[in-house]
Design a protein around this ligand. Structure first.
Ligand SMILES: [Ca+2]
Length: 484
């Protein structure tokens, strides 16, 4: 049997034609090829179907090939597009590369720069660290000095306590001696009385000779002390000042006990004619409940009668004038050297309604030249008003360097009453009736002649602000008073 459905159509047709020819000639049915017509038609149908399927399969393949061809074309165009995009990307990568290279160079340079800066900072830090070490060392030394000072002070305190107890002993002895002296004096009186009544001068001769010898001894000791000169003078001055302070304290005590104070002058112009210049006790103003205060009276220069209220002079050691409000209110320094009398005393004196004052300022430079400025009116208001300055009626040859300060309140390093956005007192290390800031600065720093910075003892209308004067004095006196 021939396989059905798998033989090609041409082979089937060839077989069929051969069978038909043989059958027609000898009419003997073949043993190998014998079909019924139905089987034959069925067989042909199958062969035709298979052939048709093959043809259709080929057709499908062609269609798929066409599709593939189309896809290949599409792919080709895509590849082209990709190529062009790659080219564009290559160009961008190249550009970016170039940019990165140049940025890299810049960054390298900056890194080098930073490295060198760091190196410099490092060496600066080393310097600062070394300085800090130095300062630490200085601070430690200072600390040790302070400690040793404290120890010294403790020792002094002990010594002072000891001296005080010695003085107390001495005082007791003096008191005992005083009692003895009184007793002796009483005896002497009795003896004198008996001498006058019945005595014989010859009995007293030995005692008189003894006394004469004692007087001689004392005189020679006094002469020796006088020969020690300036020291003694200084001691005498200090003693006088102590005495004045004691007088003031005593007067204050009397005032507090409701006893009338001794009649003291209100200012130096009230001292009796012929009084010597120097330190005298005053009762400034009209308020008798205020303790008296010592003042330096100039009773000879420029007609005399002057109460000196400020003095700057080239005397060593220099008095510190860069002080606060409290010091300027109460006054400071030593009246026979450099000093500030005190704003409170100035107000009590010049603020009195019954007496008007004038001010005389004398100045001296380091070339030995002297100038003066006189103000016919001078007044300082109360502390509540900031010790405000009122001056006028200028005359003199130093120039009017107070006019700018007229009407301004007093300022110190701890009390800013000036007309400046900052503090003139701290900027220029002084204390004055500052505006913003000054034409005169007589409480400034003793900078000795020409200096590069402001803040000296200046009177800008004579020597300029960069010149610090050698001497300055301010003194007051009632108006229209001259004494000869
Ligand atoms: Ca100010």
């Amino acid at each position: 049997m021939v396989g059905r459905g798998s033989a090609p159509l041409w082979a089937v047709l060839l077989c069929l034609s051969a069978r038909l020819v043989t059958g027609d000639q000898d009419q003997q049915p073949s043993a190998q090829l014998s079909f019924t017509p139905d089987e034959l038609w069925k067989f042909i149908g199958q062969a035709v179907r298979s052939e048709v399927q093959l043809i259709f399969g080929k057709l499908d393949l062609e269609r798929r090939l066409e599709t593939l061809d189309f896809s290949v074309t599409a792919l080709e165009s895509s590849v082209e597009a990709l190529n062009s995009r790659q080219n564009a990307l290559d160009a961008r990568v190249y550009a970016t590369d170039t940019r990165l290279n140049s940025k890299g160079d810049t960054l390298d340079a900056r890194v080098d720069d930073l490295a060198s800066q760091l190196y410099r900072r490092g060496s600066e830090s080393d310097t600062i660290a070394a300085r800090l070490d130095d300062q630490n060392h200085s601070l430690k030394t200072l600390g040790a000095s302070i400690e040793s000072c404290q120890v010294q002070m403790l020792e002094w305190t002990i010594k002072l306590d000891h001296q005080q107890s010695s003085l107390e002993d001495l005082a007791k002895k003096v008191s005992q001696n005083s009692v003895k002296l009184n007793a002796t004096s009483g005896l002497l009186n009795q003896s004198l009385q008996s001498y006058y009544m019945e005595g014989n001068p010859n009995d007293w001769r030995p005692r008189m000779e003894e006394l004469a010898e004692e007087v001689n001894n004392i005189t020679s000791r006094v002469n020796k002390m006088a020969a020690s000169g300036p020291q003694l003078e200084q001691l005498t001055t200090r003693n006088d000042m102590l005495q004045l302070t004691l007088d003031a304290a005593s007067a204050a005590l009397n005032a507090s006990r409701g006893q009338p104070a001794t009649s003291l002058p209100r200012d130096c112009s009230e001292l009796p004619a012929g009084t010597a210049s120097g330190i005298h006790l005053l009762q400034p103003g009209l308020d008798r409940s205020v303790p008296p205060t010592p003042a330096f009276c100039d009773l000879e220069s420029d007609g005399g009668g002057w109460t000196v209220v400020q003095r700057r002079a080239d005397i060593q050691p220099r008095q510190e004038f860069y002080l606060g409000w409290q010091a300027y209110r109460e006054g400071f320094g030593e009246l026979d050297r450099e000093f500030w009398w005190g704003l409170e005393s100035l107000w009590r004196t010049t603020g009195s309604r019954d007496r008007r004052y004038q001010l005389r300022i004398t100045l001296g430079d380091f070339d030995g030249e002297r100038r003066h400025a006189v103000y016919g009116t001078f007044r300082v208001s109360s502390e509540a008003d900031g010790y405000r300055l009122a001056v006028g009626n200028y005359s003199g040859d130093a120039g009017d360097a107070l006019k700018r300060h007229n009407g301004y309140r007093f300022s110190t390093k701890d009390r800013d009453n000036d007309g400046y956005s900052l503090s003139c007192a701290t900027t220029h290390r002084g204390a004055w009736w500052y505006e913003a800031c000054y034409d005169s600065n007589l409480n400034g720093q003793p900078l000795v002649g020409h200096n590069t910075g402001q803040g000296g003892i200046s009177w800008n209308k004579w020597r300029t602000w960069d010149y610090s004067l050698k001497a300055a004095e301010m003194k007051i006196r009632p108006q229209a008073q001259t004494r000869t």
